[in-house]
Design a binder for this molecule. Sequence first.
Ligand code: NAI
Ligand code: MG
Length: 505
Amino acid sequence: MAKQKKSDSSDKGQTAEKSKGVFDFNGGWDYSPSPESTGHVKLKERYELYIDGKFVAPDSGKYFRTTNPATEKVLAEVAHANEADVDKAVSAARKAYETVWSKLSAKERGKYIYRIARLMQERARELAVVETLDAGKTIRESRDVDVPLACNHFFYYAGWADKLEYAFPNRKVSSLGVAGQIIPWNFPLLMAAWKIAPALAAGNTVVLKPAETTPLTAMLLAEIIHESGLPAGVVNILTGYGDTGAAIVNHPDINKIAFTGSTNVGKIIQKAVAGTGKKLTLELGGKSANIVFEDAPIDQAVEGIVNGIFFNQGHVCCAGSRLFVQESVAEEVIRKLKDRLDTLYVGDPLDKNTDIGAINSKEQYESIKKHIEIGKKEGAEIYESKCLLPKNGLFIRPTLFTDVAQSSRIAQEEIFGPVLSIQTFRTIDEVIQKANNSPYGLAAGVWTDKGSRIFNLTTKLRVGVIWANTYNKFDPTSPFGGYKESGFGREGGLHGLGAYLKIER
Ligand code: NAI
Ligand code: MG
């Protein structure tokens, strides 16, 4: 009886909703602000370079500022490393490799990596807040995704350190030597973990450069590494701009380069490394297809589309930035997507309610805005969420384009922001062709009830990662990387370990 009553009233509710709009709060209903406190974080005014187990001033005496993109206020000054600093760091890494790290038992190496993971966990809250301040990403994501995943990468690879012969059975494996690693600004701490953890587990030493707009969590990681007692020179962290990265790439005593960033810089690095014998992995841009079939669970797919493109303000190399919807459900999917867009909170990244934080830098902000204008000029139809934006700081509304042509620049170029381009399709062959028609090949999403269709697509899409009925799921055990202009080599899992080893029969 009670059940009956309940369904009666909910039916009535639905009718009332349609006729009188009971859920229409006239904009008067809102979350109370819930900002994460920053009181426990003490940023230094100035951060030095971490070379040979010491924090040292840069050779040039030059420093640059890093800002909070949500307020555009300066957070701290960091050192700008030049060629002489890179040379010092590479020499320290070489010495540490030859005299200590390669001599240490694998089990002992593993213990250091575990210790780094544990110390990161202890400082997790601080790391999350500093990541949010420096990068503009929401506290929810830095707290629940970036920092725990970064710790997990160290835990995972710590476990492999003394099991390399099991990881690659019947092969002879050995470390490479000194690894030079250059990382971007979209997942600063996580990218540092992706790079450092497998390199150390495989027995290499490291020179790492964080991106210029997000150096702070890398410097906190340097403090953590220092505290862990890791022998001096095993990990060296140098802040700086592209010239610092180029000096690492071109240093003759480096055995391996790992780069994550733009395809343009990836091409420069590939040319620079050609013929030098340095091992190389490149994890570059993407324009990934998120494909929704008519039999998909539509509401879940809408959540997956939102997560695919608006996670981390769309600053994600594998962002599902090209949506393909089967024509028969296109109207429903787009309607629900627009409704969902209007519920997203854009604002203070430190507020726990915020869904979309600040754009990482002024340059990236301008580049996204430029692409939005291109989309409009090319004749695509734009829909922007109606949310209010903060008065200061770098914010962009979640945006989608319909009526997008395959040749349109917003369907071809990586925008790296909260901008989705939507196309429709009728048949499976058509969507495979459209999805593969991209210079990139990093990731894809497939939404369907049919397992056989998922398997069919996974063999035909030329991309490194395919998610089925989900999107943007990451795990340290799972390899990640692309084809074509998205780069080569894999990070994560056993594949990621292999990238830091010489593997012989
Ligand atoms: P970028 O590729 O210039 O920066 C990435 C890293 O490379 C930074 O640490 C930078 O200092 C370093 N770098 C720059 N020039 C270098 C050189 N010649 N040699 C060695 N290292 C160098 O990326 P940027 O300019 O910040 O972003 C531009 C576009 O690149 C974005 O709009 C986005 O489309 C794409 N991008 C893609 C990323 C991804 O994860 N796939 C990450 C960052 C950017
Ligand atoms: Mg910054």
